[in-house]
Design a protein around this ligand. Structure first.
Ligand code: DGJ
Length: 693
């Protein structure tokens, strides 16, 4: 398993898959295989040569070039579009050379250069053999003495086998309704999913899956994501000649980059894979990759947290938080998080953002007393911040009105009464690093919820050194720098990525954030849908899920707990209103969760019956050694009489004997082939332990 370099052909192998491409007779780097790993190099097809055709179509309709620039008669969706200093807008790339590194992972580097202009393009391919994933990224470099304007800069184009019978699955959403799955036939033309908001946003998830008839557990799926926390674009194009390709990268909408002489620019990584194990198989590969390769603390299950937001909103002080903390601690909570409202002049959402020190009225003695109290109760302490934002009513904005994203001649549109600090500016970055570092150094804080509650408008940057539109990228780099520096200085802190819920859930942020706040919708039945969508590319360890009071008169507390136990369990209800029986039930669920936590957070996940498609759903987790598992079953509302479906377990050792709690013993095959029935009434749920005997 490695990278094979036959003369002018390259094959990147993973444990079970291969991706092959090479130079054709016209000197174009052309993809020619992506599928199951084949026994011999000679088994892979050779790169296709340009075929003659009517003058109405360029060769690119037939030749799947790996990284096409816009040039000549290439009318497909190109990966790179530039304007040279003499206004020429034609990128003619030719192969220069390649090199291979073997550590830490096999990585192939291929250099291309424009035949006339001083533009070098370097393609990178890294194999992640254990996860059947290939990571691709690109660097462009200006080797000349005049700036080059870049108008489009994608990370990769992924080509599927010839054929016109593909389906694209993607996710759309909105605030409080994220991660809705949509599967649709791909037809000739271009289907684009994208963000234009400076974060990936609730509107679309940076993930795709393509199949031609796969199910949850079987069939071919080509899938991928972009490790980028800003504007992204994923476009699936089907040519009129049945060639299907997916471009992944920075969104070129309102994008522009003045590439200065000597300057390189690197695109974020596009990570893709192929499996024959259906959508579930694709998800499990991504989950394992995230846990083992991306997350800062991917092997350490999260503590059970309590978050005060829904209980106290902005009305926080030592007394209100202490009262909640005392109850939480008795229930078995391990981490107490104070949400919004704790900092200078923050009584509602119209003031305070930017002034990150404790409010003098609510916390006259600072946060120390509350933190000590929480620690004395045996819990860690966590805090909410929204570092990228400023309220016009804040000391920071009064001092630095020029620090926000704006056009000087336009009104600054407020959203939730706030403006966005221009994180592309190093002075802004340094300010945030300084003020948060002080907070984290002076207080015993173990967890930070990093929020981001509005999308960009009037995206101007008057002092930009290059093209103002570089903002979309440099902003994200700024967030990465600030967060990375704070992580570096405070390596033991656990961080949560939140953007009004799931607006920033991507593999780029997971290098900095240990978990994600998936949605502001904490109503348990909606959450089943949201969680299932999220699980397509994100593992359960990253999925913070609170039990709250939404729909409390309708949805039983036990059901609400069971839903949240499918991820990193948290509690967010107003505990002061929970009576003794509710608190006892909570304590029991928390005890139960502590037992299954390693299986849920570190195990393999199987979506047995889809919650987005059915009112009766089932989800299973299996420990990495397959010795243990846990089955979650939910019934929302189904009119009687109804024949509930059989549940077929997955991921067990077929020959081992397992006990399913309350259902006796059978072989793994028995549970997987014959299945079991779990009768439930409307709004009932069950959690069943599975153990090898
Ligand atoms: C939006 C988040 O998603 C909520 O959980 C909460 O932290 C609020 N912001 C606080 O303003």
């Amino acid at each position: 398993m490695s990278i094979h370099t036959c003369p002018n052909r390259w094959v990147i192998e993973t444990e079970n898959t291969a991706y092959a491409f090479g130079l054709n007779s016209a000197g174009l780097i052309t993809q020619h295989y992506w599928g199951v790993r084949l026994p011999r190099l000679a088994d892979y097809p050779i790169p296709a040569d340009p075929a003659g055709f009517a003058s109405t179509d360029g060769f690119d309709h037939f030749i799947p070039e790996e990284y096409p620039g816009y040039a000549s008669t290439k009318y497909i969706d190109p990966c790179l579009k530039v304007i040279f200093s003499d206004e020429v807008r034609d990128v003619v790339l030719r192969y220069l050379d390649f090199s291979v590194e073997t550590s830490p992972n096999p990585t192939l580097t291929i250099r291309l250069k424009d035949v006339f202009y001083p533009l070098q393009v370097t393609l990178y391919y890294r194999s992640h053999p254990d996860y059947d994933l290939i990571e691709r990224w690109v660097t462009v470099e200006n080797l000349g003495s005049e700036p080059i304007h870049i108008e489009r800069f994608f990370s990769a184009k992924w080509t599927l086998p010839i054929g016109d019978n593909y389906f694209l699955t993607h996710m759309y959403g909105r605030h409080t309704d994220e991660f809705n799955l949509q599967r649709e036939a791909l037809t000739p033309g271009l289907k684009t999913i994208e963000s234009r908001r400076i974060i990936p946003s609730h509107r679309a998830a940076p993930w795709f899956a393509i199949d031609r008839g796969a199910s949850e557990e079987a069939g071919e799926v080509w899938f991928g994501t972009l490790a980028w926390s800003g504007n992204f674009r994923i476009s699936a194009e089907v040519t009129e000649f049945a060639s299907t390709r997916v471009s992944v990268g920075l969104n070129d909408w309102d994008f522009g980059w003045k590439l200065q002489p000597g300057e390189p620019l690197t695109a974020p990584a596009s990570i893709s894979g192929y499996t024959k194990s259906g959508f579930g198989g694709a998800s499990r590969l991504l989950h394992a990759y995230v846990r083992n390769q991306v997350l800062p603390h991917g092997q350490v299950p999260h503590k059970i947290l309590y978050n005060s937001w829904e209980a106290t909103l902005f009305d926080v002080d030592e007394a209100s938080q202490s009262a909640l903390a005392e109850i939480a601690a008795k229930m078995g909570v391990e981490l107490f998080v104070m949400d919004d409202g704790w900092f200078h002049n923050r009584n509602f959402d119209n003031a305070g953002l930017g002034d990150w020190w404790p409010d003098e009225v609510k916390f006259p003695n600072g946060l120390g007393n509350l933190i000590q109290k929480v620690n004395d109760l045996g819990m860690d302490f966590g805090l909410w911040v929204e570092p990228e934002m400023v309220n016009p009513d804040s000391d920071l904005y009064r001092t630095h009105p020029e620090w926000v994203i704006h056009f000087p001649t336009r009104a600054r549109t407020e959203s939730r009464n706030q403006l966005i600090l221009n994180m592309a500016r190093t002075d802004v970055q340094d300010y945030i690093i300084g003020v948060l570092d002080k907070l984290l150094t002076e207080n015993n804080i173990s967890f930070i919820k990093w929020d981001m509650n509005r999308a960009a408008s009037e995206p101007g940057w008057p002092e930009a050194p290059g093209d103002q539109r570089e903002l979309w990228v440099r902003y994200v780099w700024g967030v990465y720098r600030v967060w990375g520096e704070l992580r570096h200085r405070h390596p033991n802190i656990i961080w949560q990525s939140c953007a009004s819920g799931g607006g920033r859930a991507d593999f780029g942020i997971l290098r900095l954030a240990d978990q994600v706040w998936v949605s502001d919708n904490t109503e348990a039945t909606s959450r089943l849908h949201i969680q299932e969508g999220y699980s397509q590319y994100m593992p359960a360890i990253t999925m913070e899920a609170w039990v709250t009071d939404w729909n409390e008169g309708v949805v039983p507390l036990e059901f609400r707990f069971h839903v949240s136990m499918c991820g990193a369990l948290g509690v967010g209800g107003n505990l002061l209103n929970w009576d003794d029986s509710a608190r006892d039930l909570a304590a029991k669920c928390i005890r139960d969760y502590k037992e299954i936590r390693p299986i849920v957070q570190l195990g393999m996940q199987y979506r047995l019956i889809s919650a987005q498609k059915n009112a009766y759903s089932a989800l299973q987790y299996v420990s990495p050694d397959r010795a243990e598992g846990v089955l979650f079953v939910f019934r929302v509302h189904i009119p009687e009489k109804y024949n509930l479906p059989q549940i077929y377990l997955r991921g067990l050792d077929p020959n081992a004997i397992y006990e399913v709690e309350g259902y006796g013993e059978r072989s793994g095959s028995g549970w997987m082939e014959a299945g079991l029935r779990v009768p439930l009434k409307n709004l009932q749920s069950k959690v069943l332990r599975i153990k090898q005997v």
